[in-house]
Design a protein around this ligand. Sequence first.
Ligand code: FPP
Length: 242
Amino acid sequence: MSVPLVPHHIAIVMDGNGRWAKKRFLPRIAGHKQGVDSLKRCVKACDARGVRVLTVFAFSSENWQRPVDEVSGIMDLFAIALAREVPQLNRDGVQLRFIGERKGLSARVLKSIEQAEASTASNHQLVLNVCFNYGGRWDIVQAAAKLNAMGLPITEEDINQNLALSHVPDPDLVIRTGGELRISNFLLWQSAYAEFEFTETLWPDFDEAALDAAIAVYAGRERRFGKTSDQVKPVNSVASLT
Ligand code: FPP
């Protein structure tokens, strides 16, 4: 099986905004603002390289436990950034999807999410899934609850179809910036066969060169999906000719 050199779907844990700000003696929210700019750059760079789905972890179910002023700062930033960026996303053909629990979000944030989704729904150049008030366990539980209500035996495919990311294929590459080596409740089900790339680079510093480096590492991986190395070698490789 030959694997395309550029991942179709990249998912990113955008970590390190707070440390980026702290290094510059700035408030943490300044790091999150820079994080939005980094995300805009990343969307353009992914599109230019042929990535068709980008999924980012913007706010986890657990992030509510942060200081109140940081949470409200992120909520404000989110609503403001959405209103500001939607026209450009439309020009670039980016379809925005918000993945996560909507219960608990303020009316203002909900409205900005709904408007952004409606306004970009017919774009098909790149799908940008923003995981907001999201947790991988929440996603599996909500899918199981929907299926349980139907009272039928549950298959893997049923779960696939009821998860919040059922509109896109599973991620090929999961990147975590900021140096931590954990998945933090992100895409627990969908990342079963993803390749992982952990980088020390803080999210606001994650630029085109960092994306290219991650894609280059991905291109060098052998994806076996449970098979042996011989089974997945490309048919025209030197090994198969000998
Ligand atoms: C993790 O860094 C980052 C977040 C919890 C928030 C990320 C949010 C954005 C980039 C804004 C997204 C906005 C839109 C419009 C999609 P951290 O705060 O955990 O950094 P640290 O580990 O250095 O403290």
